[in-house]
Design a binder for this molecule. Structure first.
Ligand code: ADP
Length: 501
């Protein structure tokens, strides 16, 4: 298996089977430029690994390999059943390597090992199994046609789109890969995937598992590299038939602009600033804990994080106090140590961006209840932070911080909170905590967001669609809905009476 210079001492045992080259056309290859880039351990900011750095020339080769696999290879011609078998094999291989892949994820991203083991890796495996089940159920309809021109029938065929360019972020490196790759494969597409430059490791490990599962050469190509170089080259390549992107709204605009040049379909899963509304009719302690989880899960590095916490005036003071106590108790430290709730943020840019918002929040007049600073002096740790008395005009309420920062707002009436919750430019997710079924029904239907979690948060089931309203994106990942993004519908008319031609 492809790890060049395997004699270099390993920074962590989990790296033993991580390839360090590009995966193109079923081969492990160096970058055309010969360049490599470092993978940093976010606990220490020190280099732990190096991988080949893809650029335009490598994108050319990968797209050509994917094109060949699509136009001439077995993948899109196989029966759905056969494709499903390979997807199941991929799911099983992820499960068989769960412990190792969980460690890779934690080393690469900094999330607690317990979370990698409980969420990231098993949910990724589950996603492949889920879409394996769809692979032989992607089919069209028969439509009777009887008009003044004669008798016909028409049928629709749901065909794969072709070569799909997929660009993913670093917050859930393997899971975001699974959300993109599994439905595209089930439908018969071929893929050029660029993982985030901060977290390329499990994408490379995954490529090795695809080989092991018997996926034909060129069906999945993995190109670690940077956005403005490798990412931009994928977006601009004339032979890429569809673009799928998860990341910031800012880069989403660039991807959409590129897609518009060539009129290729694009799906975008972008930023969020999700409201979580706490009714006065609730179990206060449970609500505090759920709101804490909604905001601080994955160090606040979730596009769906419940970062605008609207609390009813009757319970506001007590809620704020208890939220601050809970956040102050959050264990921050080494994600490999059992019991750690929060590891380091992903990189220096994010650290500085978050620290900037902590200053802005105080300057804007929000009340700092706990945290507010960097945690320690090494790596990218941030103190869990709670701001109260936040208003919609403040930057910390409008902009996505992507860090462990909770902003609490006070509200009085249901109509008022619906209006205020919907003021955001984003519309990715939202949440409601209440025991009042009328409140739940009214608010859940009124919120302009792709997901509403009621008395729960951050639940991700493979069969349930996920995506945004407004500037949070276009299209849906997951469920049967994601298949629409990876198929074209062809209509075929056929004459029924003999004298048609
Ligand atoms: P974040 O702010 O969470 O890092 P980004 O939107 O910057 O999110 O990055 C998400 C993904 O988009 C990464 O894989 C990154 O390399 C890629 N990316 C960044 N800039 C561009 C670009 N100009 N064109 C294509 N992809 C890009």
């Amino acid at each position: 298996e492809a790890r060049k210079n395997a004699s270099t001492p390993l920074a962590h045992p989990c790296l033993a089977r991580v390839p360090n080259q590009l995966f193109v056309g079923g081969q492990w290859v160096d970058a055309a430029s010969g360049r490599t880039f470092p993978v940093l351990d976010p606990r220490t900011a020190k280099e732990v690994f190096r991988v080949a750095e893809a650029d335009k020339e490598d994108v050319e080769l990968a797209v050509a390999a994917a094109r060949k696999a699509f136009d001439e290879g077995p993948w899109p011609r196989m029966s759905g059943k056969q494709r499903g078998k390979i997807l199941i094999k991929i799911a099983e291989l992820i499960e068989a390597n769960l412990e190792e892949m969980a460690q890779i994820e934690t080393l690469d991203n900094g999330k607690p090992l317990a979370m990698s083991k409980l969420a990231d890796i098993p949910l990724s495996a589950d996603h492949f199994r889920y879409y394996a089940g769809w692979a032989d159920k992607i089919h069209g309809k028969t439509i009777p046609c009887d008009n003044s021109f004669g008798k016909f029938f028409a049928y629709t065929v749901h065909e794969p789109i072709g070569v799909v360019g997929q660009i993913i972020p670093w917050n859930f490196p393997l899971l975001m890969l699974a959300w993109k790759v599994a439905p595209a494969l089930a439908a018969g597409n071929c893929i050029v995937l660029k993982p985030a430059e901060q977290t390329p490791l499990n994408a490379l490990r995954f490529a090795a598992l695809c080989q092991e599962a018997g996926l034909p050469d060129g069906v999945v190509n993995v190109l670690p590299g940077f956005g403005p170089t490798a990412g931009a080259a994928i977006c601009r390549h004339p032979d890429v038939d569809k673009l799928a992107f998860t990341g910031s709204t800012e880069v989403g605009r660039i991807v959409m602009r590129e897609a518009s040049e060539r009129i290729v379909p694009v799906s975008l899963e972008l930023g969020g600033k999700s409201p979580l509304i706490v009714d006065k009719n609730c179990d206060l302690d449970k609500a505090v804990e759920l709101a804490h989880f909604a905001c601080f899960f994955n160090h606040g590095q979730c596009c769906a994080a419940g970062t605008r916490l609207y609390v009813h005036a009757d319970i506001y003071d007590e809620f704020c106090q208890k939220s601050a106590e809970r956040a102050a108790k959050r264990t921050v430290g080494d994600p490999f140590v059992e019991g750690t709730e929060q590891g380091p943020q992903i990189d220096e840019d994010q650290l500085n961006k978050i620290l900037g918002y902590l200053e802005i929040g105080q300057r804007e007049g929000a009340k700092l209840l706990c945290g507010g600073k960097r945690h320690g002096t090494e790596g990218y740790f941030v103190e869990p932070t709670v701001f109260a008395d936040v208003t919609e005009e403040m930057k910390i309420c409008k902009e996505e911080i992507f860090g462990p920062v909770q902003a609490i707002l006070k509200y009085h009436t249901t109509e008022e909170v619906i209006k205020r919750a919907n003021t955001s430019e984003y519309g990715l997710a939202s949440g409601i905590i209440s025991k009042d079924v009328n409140f739940i029904n009214t608010v859940s239907r009124a919120l302009k967001a792709g997901t509403v979690w009621v008395n729960t948060y951050n639940v991700y089931e493979s069969g349930v669609p996920f995506g945004g309203y407004k500037s949070s994106g276009i299209g849906r990942d997951k469920g049967v809905y994601a298949l629409e993004a990876y198929t074209q519908t062809k209509a075929i008319y056929q004459a029924l009476d003999d004298n048609q031609c």
